[in-house]
Design a protein around this ligand. Structure first.
Ligand code: BGC
Length: 472
């Protein structure tokens, strides 16, 4: 490999390294940010929002009933009906609707929510034609953006993330918006609960988890997908910002939606390379969700793309290609957000001779012809990006374990598990293994023989929203 190129690649790899001491220090910092968010009355950029959710218990698996769930959190809107059988199992019917791009930005809250209302109605007609509409069906609404939640069924949008940008929706109550648009159609559905997808994931994994068999407490509900975030159960005495009047009767604790995508927005400790800075500047929420921008699916492909463009601009890569095309590069390489993390997952594991599989993938997905040297560089950078992402992902998980381990009695011998959902943790090769590897390096259970595992919560947010609706 050309020595200048080699040097440039080595430099990137070096800047993306995450060592044990950094993980330990960042976990301490994460805990401090949790504390600050749990105490402060007002959200601020300096610490995580730590949003109380008004969910005051964790399912036991015995919950029963039929509930609807609607889920807005990324490029799809999902509507489902969930039948909780009361024995850790459930039945689910669901439909997925792609959100038209022109409703995600440069549009209005009403246009988006009118579309969502119509899809709830369409779902009922398709899957529950038998429903006579006598009684309102209860719906749990999974809305996976930062919300200032003031009751189980009330919350105003703090800000959009993940590419959504409808300014008139900020500060509006998203339950009201959905309910109004459902009512306009005369559909007999009552939105009774609002939940973040991480809350849904925590609840749904806790419901499915048969502790008698797994011997493990579900400690965190985490999403590593387009975005990233987590929720956990906190004792009320550790949430000083909750006023006595806001605490539901009889409650001893509450699920908190951390919005950990916003961990360290002031970059006290997180690595910040020039590539991270370029990406932040390209987003609709610069300066916010900086942890998410180093970890989640929406950004992994873009990180690779900006690295490759940098190496091109420094004249180390794609020079012949550029010349042969008369001074241009394939648009999927040249333009932001065109390289998906799915492509990285193929490049990551390619072990074919001369990386021939990557050659095909890059041709098919990016229309990018490559030589062997370029593919070697691309694979190295891909692995560098995903390794940093997975290792950083361990920080919040370890921080929560170290925080909640004291919630259990001394003689409790249960292990701990994380309930996870999202395309990256589910499908990105090796991601789960690396997260656990890094959690072990941090070692939040030092001195104990308890184990930590990671479980995928299938249909997490749908089932979780149904469980939230069952609480109403
Ligand atoms: C949102 C969270 C959400 C996470 C995962 C983030 O961008 O702010 O509310 O839980 O994505 O979907």
């Amino acid at each position: 490999m050309n020595s200048k190129l080699q040097e440039a690649v080595d430099d990137i790899v070096e800047k993306f390294k995450i060592d044990k001491q950094f993980l330990i220090d960042a976990t301490v910092e994460f805990n401090l940010s949790m504390e600050a968010g749990l105490s402060a009355d007002k959200p601020a950029r300096e610490y995580m929002p730590m949003i109380p959710t008004y969910v005051t218990s964790i399912p036991t698996g015995k919950e029963t009933g039929l509930y609807l769930a609607a889920d807005l959190g990324g490029t799809n809107f999902r509507v489902c009906s969930v039948l909780l059988n009361g024995d850790h199992t459930f039945g689910i019917k669901q439909s997925k609707y792609k959100i038209p791009l022109d409703l995600m930005a440069n549009s209005t809250a009403d246009a988006l929510f009118s579309y969502l209302g119509k899809k709830v109605d369409a779902f009922l007609q398709e899957h529950h034609a038998e429903y006579d509409g006598e009684e309102h069906l209860k719906l749990g609404f999974t809305f996976s953006f930062p919300v200032n939640q003031t009751a189980l069924n009330r919350g105003t949008l703090l800000r959009w993330t993940k590419g959504f940008d409808l300014p008139d929706c900020v500060d509006k109550d998203v339950v009201e918006l959905l309910q109004r648009n459902i009512d306009l159609l005369g559909t007999k559905v009552k939105v009774v609960a609002l939940a973040n997808d991480t809350v849904g994931t925590l609840l749904s994994r806790a419901y499915s988890n048969n502790i008698a068999k797994t011997k493990a407490h579900t400690t965190v509900g985490a999403i590593f997908g387009t975005g990233t975030n987590g929720a956990y159960f906190e004792s009320l005495d550790k949430i000083p910002k909750l006023k006595a009047s806001e605490i539901p009767e009889g409650a001893t604790g509450m699920v908190v939606n951390m919005e950990w995508g916003s961990f360290d927005n002031t970059l006290k400790i997180l690595p910040s390379t020039k590539y991270d800075q370029i990406i932040d500047a390209e987003t609709a929420n610069p300066g916010y969700h900086l942890f998410e921008k180093r970890i989640s699916g929406m950004f992994l492909g873009e990180l690779l793309r900006v690295m490759l463009m940098d190496l091109f601009e420094r004249k180390y890569l794609f020079q012949d290609l550029y010349a042969s095309r008369g001074g241009s590069l394939p648009h999927r390489l040249a333009e932001p957000w065109q390289l998906s993390s799915e492509v990285l997952s193929y490049l990551e594991i390619d072990d074919s001779t001369d990386l021939k599989m990557s050659e095909l993938v890059l041709e098919n997905h990016l229309r990018l012809p490559t030589n062997k040297e370029e593919r070697l560089v691309i694979q190295k950078l891909t692995r560098t990006i995903s390794h940093r992402a997975a290792y950083l992902s361990a920080i919040p998980l370890a921080a929560v374990i170290s925080r909640v381990k004291g919630q259990y009695p001394e003689d409790d011998d249960g292990d701990f598990e994380f309930g996870c959902d999202g395309s990256v943790v589910e499908f990105y090769p090796g991601f789960q293994k690396k997260i656990l590897e890094a959690v072990l390096l941090i070692n939040p259970l030092e001195g104990s023989s308890k184990k930590i595992s990671l479980r995928i919560a299938k249909d997490g947010s749908g089932v979780g929203a149904a469980l939230c609706a069952s609480l109403a």
